[in-house]
Design a binder for this molecule. Structure first.
Ligand SMILES: Nc1nc2c(ncn2[C@@H]2O[C@H](COP(=O)(O)OP(=O)(O)O)[C@@H](O)[C@H]2O)c(=O)[nH]1
Ligand SMILES: [Mg+2]
Ligand SMILES: [Zn+2]
Length: 266
């Protein structure tokens, strides 16, 4: 249903975004917005439930730091992250899969030749609002085309010819597919990324959910799991239980968070 937002929303700085649940009155005007489970500014979307982090084995090669930022962001906003590995026909994704199999992030390895992985992706979408993130070229459109062939999203080679304008659109479109909903967001590669440093350094450890078994068990109360003696998180890294790259991402993000001034956090 096409409807308008009332001026009052603009005055309050409140505007409905894709994914919002709203009440509309008899004039097809949005009367109120239901409380949001979460809200992203860029791209503008609310109530996201699943975020697929699409990572290709090559072209472009994956960055664990970028992935870990996205995972932390998702966890902090109560969105279920799911790692999807593409282009395994070009290069093995075994190493990447091994890193994330040690986390609580589900890992789906795609093979378009056999169709392996597609059902798993569909099952995450079922009954939920899902979106895809990942750098340009990782295979997001290709994946959506396999999931929903009738959509025929443009993949890499074609959209290049159409010029840059196509990638800068900020609009989010939600469509029903796989018994759930998919938010198609051309700009999700940058999804609020510059704000990830704003996860408080104290909160950050909770965004690395595989650290959780050790909370409260380190030698020092309030252990930041960096250089403290008797840190069980670091011990778990040394023992190979926690992936070193995950721990390195934690340290990097902790440093960044420490540098953010209070006033910048809003
Ligand atoms: N070999 C191979 N190529 C792929 C795979 N997935 C995507 N591609 C190619 O990678 C390029 C970028 O894919 P695209 O879906 O447009 O990426 P997007 O920018 O994330 O939407 C295209 O040329 C695709 O055909 C894959 O699993 N294997
Ligand atoms: Mg694309
Ligand atoms: Zn510790």
């Amino acid at each position: 249903m096409e409807c308008k937002a009332k001026g009052i929303f603009r005055k309050r700085g409140l505007s409905p975004v894709a994914g919002d649940w709203v009440e509309i009155d008899e004039n097809h005007t949005i009367a109120s917005i239901r409380e949001r489970k979460n809200h992203f500014i860029r791209p503008p979307i609310a109530n996201l439930e699943v975020l697929f982090l699409v990572a290709s084995t090559v072209q472009p090669a994956p960055s664990t730091l970028v992935l870990d930022r996205m995972i932390a962001l998702a966890v902090s906003k109560q969105v279920q992250p799911v790692l999807v590995i593409t282009k395994e026909d070009l290069s093995s994704g075994e190493k990447l899969a091994q890193i994330y199999e040690k986390t609580q992030v589900p890992v789906v390895r795609l093979d378009y030749e056999t169709g392996e992985g597609l059902e798993e992706v569909r099952s995450w979408i079922k009954g939920r609002l899902a979106a895809f993130s990942g750098n340009s070229g990782v295979g997001k459109s290709t994946l959506i085309n396999h999931l929903v062939p009738q959509l025929e999203r443009e993949t890499g080679d074609i959209s290049l010819k159409l010029g840059r304008g196509r990638h800068t659109t900020r609009e989010v479109e939600i469509f029903e597919a796989c018994e759930g909903r998919i938010a198609d967001t051309p700009g999700f590669a940058s999804l609020d990324l510059e704000r990830v440093g704003y996860i408080d350094k104290e909160e950050l450890q909770h965004c690395f959910t595989e650290f959780e078994p050790y909370f409260g068990k380190c030698k020092f109360t309030g252990c930041s799991h960096r250089k403290e003696l008797g840190c069980l998180v670091r011990q778990a890294v040394e023992e190979g239980i926690i992936a070193p790259s995950r721990y390195e991402s934690y340290l990097t993000m902790y440093e960044e968070a420490s540098k953010v001034n209070e006033w910048e956090r809003r």
